[in-house]
Design a protein around this ligand. Structure first.
Ligand SMILES: [Zn+2]
Length: 276
């Protein structure tokens, strides 16, 4: 009997994401560590290879095709090569394959497996979230301390990128926003150099790459940790937030939590602590 879970109804797939991912994880990682993606692919009867997946100027990361023996996943060769190269590339390949494993759940068993209806955006969202929960269990993300070591050790423990670990935290704690910033001009429009979003993790809003952080904490120096409660404009919304920022030599981690009491709007309080 296969250890791979079955979706009960594809129409309400999104509500089952975490349960399905947990069932799948439990079969492979009894000690709650990193998911052995190769074993998960075998259980889902997905064989894997790589080749260039360029269509015109568009590059696709991967595609999944049903076969008489289950499925075949083809990963873009640039991602495959990247995985040989460094951890960043390997983490990317792990996530891409975990995403494709999510798509298998939308097929009815058969030789070959068949779909009930064509793929849509909800299915893509399901697969993104499924990959995230399959790699990083939501319970661990919920309990991770909201500071650099909490995020970095979550990423190390589950063998994922810091970004995937941050997504898991933002999904497990929807009020939290995590930002990874770099001192850079705007990626498309150019513009002045300041602390700009390299990536953001938020479950309730989309944070565009290149957005500048409009906080007093952008002035932190490498090695400093700062805290402030400020009215912050981000992703087209203005909110009173508690901001925690840690400045590294080339980047900054920012954690935003909603400030409950809007009466404390008076003066932003910036507190700076030397980290090293
Ligand atoms: Zn997909």
């Amino acid at each position: 009997m296969s250890a791979w879970p079955q979706i009960s109804s594809t129409r309400s797939a999104l509500t089952q994401v975490d349960k399905l991912a947990e069932t799948a994880r439990r079969a492979f990682v009894p000690d709650d560590g990193a998911l052995p993606v190769r074993q998960a692919c075998q259980a889902a009867r997905v064989s894997v290879d790589s080749r260039p997946l360029s269509v015109g100027r568009h590059r696709h990361t991967a595609m999944l095709v049903p076969t008489n023996n289950g499925f075949h996943a083809t990963v873009d060769s640039a991602i495959w090569e990247g995985a040989r190269h460094d951890d960043w590339g390997r983490h990317r390949l792990r996530f891409v394959l975990a995403h494709e494993l999510g798509h298998t759940l939308f097929y009815r068993p058969g030789k070959p497996p068949t779909r009930s209806y064509p793929p849509d955006r909800l299915e893509e969202r399901f697969c993104h979230n499924f990959a995230n929960s399959l790699l990083v269990p939501p319970s661990a993300a919920r309990n991770a301390p909201l500071e650099p070591d909490g995020l970095f050790s979550l990423a190390r423990r589950y063998d994922v990128s810091r970004r995937v670990a941050a997504w898991a935290v933002a999904r497990a704690r929807p009020s939290i926003v995590l930002l990874w910033l770099r001192h850079a001009p705007h990626p498309v429009r150019g513009g002045f150099e300041t602390m700009r979003v390299d990536w953001g993790a938020a479950s309730e809003r989309f944070i565009a790459q290149g957005e500048s952080l409009k906080s007093s904490l952008v002035a932190l120096k490498p090695g400093q940790h700062g805290k402030a409660t400020e009215m912050l404009r981000l992703a087209g919304r203005e909110d009173m937030v508690h901001i925690n920022a840690w400045r590294f030599p080339n980047a900054m981690l920012v954690v935003l939590e909603p400030a409950e009491h809007h009466s404390s709007m008076s003066e932003p309080v910036a507190q700076q602590i030397q980290l090293f």
